[in-house]
Design a protein around this ligand. Structure first.
Ligand SMILES: [Zn+2]
Length: 120
């Protein structure tokens, strides 16, 4: 697992919820085993997203994967982890403009807070 900065590494350990960590470790393992590439986490805590601000989301770099590898990873992880609503755990945000504050191709990992909080 790689991190964009030491601050993001600290956020991974101290602020990202446990299930989010588990999703990231599973993605890293799948990528290493199948593609020989490590997961690279670019963002966890930030203020322009409630999910990110509260430690329920993380973003990963996708430029080290081919498009087909990215599709395969998404299919695997979204079969393995259930978000428990009509959303998926890992969202494809590789295309420009695919999210409101889009700045670079990435996958957005998100976990559902099961204690009544709505994210919409
Ligand atoms: Zn995100």
């Amino acid at each position: 697992m790689k991190y964009k900065s030491s601050a993001i590494r600290a956020q991974f350990i101290g602020s990202l919820r446990t299930k989010g960590q588990a999703v990231a470790y599973a993605m890293d393992g799948y990528m290493r085993h199948n593609f020989g590439v490590e997961l690279f986490i670019t963002s966890i805590i930030r203020e322009n997203s409630q999910q990110h601000e509260l430690g329920f989301a993380f973003d990963i770099r996708t430029t080290s994967l081919t498009w087909e590898q990215g599709d395969e990873l998404l299919a695997f992880i979204n079969r393995a982890f259930d978000y428990a609503s009509d959303r998926v755990v890992v969202v494809d945000e590789r295309e420009p403009g695919s999210s409101p504050n889009w700045s670079a191709p990435h996958f957005h990992g998100q976990i559902n807070y099961r204690n009544g909080t709505k994210w919409i």
